[in-house]
Ligand binder design. Structure first.
Ligand code: NDP
Length: 491
């Protein structure tokens, strides 16, 4: 396979890091070297931000429909090359190719198209009273820093840059150093799509060096970040002295709540499949994964064996094989973190129902034996306050917790420092609404998981973040409302 030489996109031109330092990029499912990316420093960040600042006046002056047309052109090129993007995303992350084909890349295209249209549908708010007419103008902020993680690389990168560009900001994006390939493919397509130089800049490098320089840059007007809670805290501190507007999408320890009334007849199998999907999709590396499964005591004997059977039936292996459900974790280093968290849970008194140690390489195809494969793991017997029930593991690991009443389920679900999302499995529509209203998190799915309408706001409370993405909320984040008030003579 051809090696990827990822370059920065700065002011319309591709370049290596000043000084030429690079970071190696590996396929975590094989250990194969995929290529290199620039190990950028503050010098590169400075050039990118200056380019974005120069491009701002021209880009923000375009009509929304003109900016939208550029985004549509970019979306069309990603769609044209969707298979190449999906393959690159699978190789870069270790995720199943089928998932990259069905979720990551289609959603990246949808993000670009959605915000291209949404900005055209925006209207100006006007408030009239007996004395005044107040018109709210939304003025693009300037240079937006868009920092994204490795779990859903192109999906989350486009989720940030599309509303920023649509709203009239120019962008300096920083993808995760671990997964830079699809963002660099997008950069190439942006040139082909005719995006003016400097409007979209991409710098690659390490978070604490290149990411931190971007956050600190005085000409960056706002920061949108998705990643871990600890990094979010660092960024919030760095941004505070200059009052940069900041949106933080952080970690989760999401509850999946299963009531006995969700398990009648054919509902049992639907609920089991849904709960397993919420726990294990993308190897459990989705911030919304349901990693704490709360089960009504009266349903335990029916639900738990069925869930364990489903977890065992998931096929772990070569991400490029269409039959694979669970691919590789993001890296060998992350595999060690996940394994240590599971070992800790067992030391704390947890009992393994399935999984519990890295996959024996002899169960893998030859080419995947150096990969970072960890099987779906279910753990019971831990109190709700145990570390495994409080800290994000970000792997294919879920704990099972019994409850006896709605109020107990709600108390356990709300009993962490996070507040990102939850899913409820119940056959009682009234109960679903009643419980949903009492959960302290940004999204509650009922008998489903990760169903999305891109117009709806999404994000977290407490340690899961600050602000919301999606729809109008995202467009408004990138703009300053300026109110022009005209005196109205009484009629
Ligand atoms: P990290 O927080 O480690 O990194 C996220 C991004 O921030 C990367 O691009 C990283 O660069 C960069 N970064 C790291 N340190 C700094 C810094 N000091 N200043 C500026 N940028 C920095 O997260 P992961 O990539 O490990 O992603 C997993 C996490 O993301 C999980 O906690 C998960 O829950 C969360 N997440 C949240 C979502 C949500 O919507 N709430 C959605 C998806 C994931 P580099 O990689 O080069 O270090």
């Amino acid at each position: 396979m051809e090696a990827h030489t990822v370059l920065n996109l700065i002011d319309g031109s591709f370049s290596p890091a000043r000084g030429g330092a690079t970071i190696s990029i590996y396929n975590p499912a094989t250990g194969e070297l995929l290529g290199t990316a620039p190990d950028s420093t503050a010098h590169d960040v400075d050039a990118a931000v200056e380019g974005a600042a120069r491009a701002f006046a021209g880009w923000s002056a375009l009509a929304p429909a003109q900016r939208g047309a550029h985004l549509h052109a970019l979306a069309a090129l990603v769609e044209r090359d969707a298979e190449a993007f999906a393959l690159a995303e699978s190789r870069d992350t270790g995720k199943p190719l089928s998932l990259a084909r069905s979720v990551d890349i289609p959603r990246a295209i949808a993000n670009l198209r959605f915000f291209a249209d949404a900005v055209c549908a925006q209207h100006t708010e006007t408030f009239l009273n007996a004395h005044a007419r107040s018109v709210v103008h939304r003025r693009a902020l300037g240079v937006a820093a868009c920092i994204s993680p490795w779990n859903l690389p192109l999906y989350l990168f486009t989720w940030k840059i599309a509303p920023a560009l649509a709203a009239g900001c120019t962008v300096v994006g920083k993808p995760s150093e671990v997964t830079p390939i699809t963002a660099s493919m997008l950069a190439q397509r942006s040139i082909e799509a005719g995006l003016p130089g400097g409007v979209l800049n991409i710098v690659n490098g390490r978070g604490p060096l290149c990411g931190a320089a971007l956050v600190a840059h005085p000409r960056v007007a706002c920061i949108t970040f998705t990643g871990g809670t600890a990094t979010g805290e660092t960024i919030a501190r760095a941004a505070a002295p200059s009052f940069k507007r900041t949106a933080l999408e952080l970690g989760g320890k999401n509850a999946t709540i299963v009531f006995a009334d969700a398990l009648h007849g054919e509902q049992l199998s639907k609920s089991v499949h849904g709960v397993a999907r919420a726990a294990f999709t993308n190897q459990g590396q989705v911030c919304h994964c349901g990693s704490r499964i709360l089960i009504e005591r009266s349903a335990w004997e029916i639900f738990v064996p069925a869930l364990v059977a489903r977890a065992r039936a998931l096929r772990v292996g070569d991400p490029l094989d269409c039959a694979t459900d669970i691919g590789s974790l993001i890296s060998g280093q992350h595999l060690l973190r996940v394994a240590a968290a599971v070992d800790g849970a067992v030391r704390d008194g947890g009992h393994l129902l399935c999984g519990g140690s890295p996959l024996d390489p002899s169960h893998l195809p030859e080419q995947n034996r150096a990969g970072a494969f960890y099987p779906p793991t279910l753990i019971e017997g831990l109190p709700a306050t145990a570390k495994a029930n409080q800290e994000e593991i970000f792997g294919p690991v879920a704990t099972l917790i019994p409850f006896s009443s709605e109020s107990e389920a709600i108390a356990i679900a709300n009993g962490t420092r996070f507040g990102l999302s939850a899913s409820l499995w119940t056959g009682d529509a009234d109960r679903a609404q009643r419980v949903a209203r009492q959960l302290d998190c940004g999204t509650v799915w009922i008998n489903s998981w990760m169903l999305r309408d891109l117009r709806a706001p999404i994000g977290g409370m407490r340690a899961s973040g600050l602000g919301r993405e999606g729809g109008q909320e995202a467009l408004n984040f990138f703009a300053e409302p300026v109110v022009v008030v005209t005196h109205e003579e009484p009629q």
